[in-house]
Design a protein around this ligand. Structure first.
Ligand SMILES: [Zn+2]
Length: 111
């Protein structure tokens, strides 16, 4: 047994993700077959990992969804800006009409 329990527990994540090199895998498997504590830890880690996988099978799934989210936010910002401009235009037109109406009231009758 060349690995101690602390190191094996640290390496369980790499082992589960198949990211450990073959020599390390062999050592971890040897340790797990002999150490009940680490074997239990590995089982628990696998259960947690199944429920919330850190890495999905599609490596670009997360970046793609971030891109979509960013695009959606950008589109929403454009719409917000358009709505803001439309509100200003509406306010200017309303003020103009109101002033015209006021001016007409003050104007003496032509008839
Ligand atoms: Zn151990």
């Amino acid at each position: 047994m060349s690995l101690n329990c602390e190191i094996v527990k640290d390496l369980v994540a790499l082992y589960t993700d198949n990211s450990a090199n073959p020599k390390t895998v062999a050592e971890i498997e040897e340790h797990l077959s002999q150490c009940e504590d680490c074997a239990n830890y590995y089982k628990r880690y696998q259960k947690i990992n199944e429920k919330s996988p850190v890495l999905s099978d599609e490596p670009f799934a997360a970046p793609l969804s971030y891109t979509k989210l960013a695009r959606r936010l950008r589109i929403r910002r454009i719409w917000e800006r358009l709505a803001f401009i439309a509100a200003i235009v509406a306010a200017v037109v309303a003020t103009f009409c109101f002033l015209r109406w006021l001016w007409k009231i003050g104007e003496p009758d032509d008839e």
